[in-house]
Design a protein around this ligand. Structure first.
Ligand SMILES: *[C@@H]1O[C@H](CO)[C@@H](O)[C@H](O)[C@H]1NC(C)=O
Length: 262
């Protein structure tokens, strides 16, 4: 019995060590990047480059970091490590089953009974999962073929953590669900159109989808059909739009075919 326990704890320790070793290179790379970005001349150059690069599109939120924000701090390193860990352990995989985690709807009227992410999928229509800020233009433009769900997770830049003066609101870490709902309410003022839910206090959607800091997904037939990169760099609304555009033309093509065959 004690032997079993020791071997189990040894196994856990080994597993943790393995994870650390695997995550260390990317973490160190990110840390060096943050450190370099604290030299303002480098920061300005990098930001301008990113804005000018072919990859950036008007749909993507611009990366902006004010000069006054320090990037290389204990809090920022902690946040980056946490993000890498979530990404590593997430269960959502492209082509795999969509994790059906519990969420809490914003309006109290629909808060009866447990709600889950897939409850928001309607038939075979794609469901855009947006763990980030709202992008109403794109959501509205594709509303005829896809639904969207804004999932509000923990703050990327809480006022008592990795503070950023570029955040639209200064919100402290959520201590309870009420805090989180209140913060989501604040953001929701601008998010008309898509349904808004918040993650549970166990952060189960955030963990399953590796959503922190922000991320985009598309689910269809209970599967992950599009998985965006880790935000902020990987958060690309333009990529999402490309997927939807392709889906729309496939849909039109197959509709045309049915009409011909009937
Ligand atoms: C979920 O995130 C919040 C921060 O918003 C944190 O306070 C809480 O401890 C987290 N829950 C778990 C189970 O890690």
């Amino acid at each position: 019995m004690t032997n079993d326990l020791t071997s189990e704890s040894v196994q856990t320790a080994l597993k943790n060590a393995a994870v650390c070793v695997m995550l260390l290179p990317r973490f160190l790379l990110a840390a060096v990047m943050l450190w370099l970005l604290d030299f303002l001349c480098i920061r300005r150059k990098v930001l301008t480059k990113m804005r000018e690069s072919d990859l950036s599109s008007p749909d993507d939120p611009p990366l902006c970091v004010s000069d006054s924000n320090k990037m290389f701090t204990l809090e920022s390193l902690r946040a980056v490590w946490y993000g890498h860990k979530l990404d590593f352990f997430k269960t959502a995989r492209l082509g795999g089953a969509a994790p059906n985690t519990e969420v809490v709807p914003l309006d109290s009227a629909s808060r009866r009974g447990a709600q889950r992410i897939l409850d928001y999928a309607r038939g075979r229509r794609p469901l855009i999962l947006n763990f980030g800020s709202s992008f109403q233009r794109v959501a509205r433009q594709y509303a005829d073929i896809a639904d969207s769900l804004l999932v509000y997770i923990e703050e990327a830049h809480p006022s008592d953590g990795w503070v950023s003066s570029d955040a639209p609101y200064q919100i402290p870490r959520h201590r309870c669900l009420e805090d989180r709902l209140r913060a989501a309410e604040l953001m929701n003022r601008e998010a008309q159109g898509s349904a808004v839910v918040v993650d549970t206090m166990e952060n189960s959607s955030n963990s399953a989808y590796g959503a922190y800091f922000e991320r985009l997904y598309i689910l269809k037939d209970e599967k992950v059909v599009y998985q965006g990169g880790r935000g902020p760099e990987g958060y690309r609304v333009s990529e999402l739009r490309d997927w939807l555009e392709r889906y729309r033309s496939d849909l039109e093509a197959s509709n045309a075919e049915t009409v011909v065959h009937v």
